[in-house]
Write a protein that binds this ligand. Sequence first.
Ligand code: T5A
Length: 221
Amino acid sequence: MIGKLIVFEGVEGGGKTTQIKLLRNWLLEKWRSGKLFSKSPDLEVVITREPGGTKVGKTLRELLLNADVSGEQIQERAELLLYAADRAQHIDTLINPSLERGAIVLCDRFIDSTIAYQGYGRGLDLPLIQQLNHIATGGLKSHLTFWLDIDVEIGLTRAKNRGKIDRMEQADIQFHQRVKKGYQELAKNNPLIVRIDANLTIEKVQQQIQEMIVQKFQQWE
Ligand code: T5A
């Protein structure tokens, strides 16, 4: 089986980070016990995220989410381009090399985040964003995307309970509602996006993900 890119998307606090870690452990355990990927001699699972999956990306992430820029606001087009720069670096230095080695790459956010946040959330031009995504990815698409669909208020409360909130999380509730609407529209038009009910317990969310993975891997193998 060749490398696969599996993406996790959704509004703030949906549990992507939590679910990705659980999925990696489950995948490795299944492989060790011979219950999944029986034909693979080894299994590499890479966890990464956007923004911030590379060294350059970590600096961009800090700028995008936490930097004190002395009261100067990051402008919407500048924000869009910074996310695109992070992605281009990520694809070339981490994602593509991992896929070429045959790894399963579990990626916390990808191109749909830009459509949902900068497109639906900020209101920037959607065809322009599609073009920019294409430039940043060189045409790479995910093999499967889990959309962790959660009530916006529940997600923001979870994110706030975790501690300090970042620049994006500080945006008003209407912004986050528009982002959610963006994911709804994306899922309507793309059969590779699988909706997961993320309002449930951590275990129940993981169970939905594992069931879908079993189906997909049978097709891929
Ligand atoms: N962005 C990103 C753009 O605007 N454009 C882009 O192109 C890209 C790529 C990234 C920000 O950048 C924006 C989107 C984001 O605003 P981030 O820190 O990566 O910033 O933000 P998130 O991806 O939202 O990550 P979070 O860490 O906030 O949320 P997660 O990863 O979805 O959630 P997680 O697993 O950390 O869980 C949050 C809390 O909830 C608990 C966890 O223990 C944790 O405390 N939790 C649950 N509690 C109850 N029930 C469950 N089922 C739970 N699952 C998790």
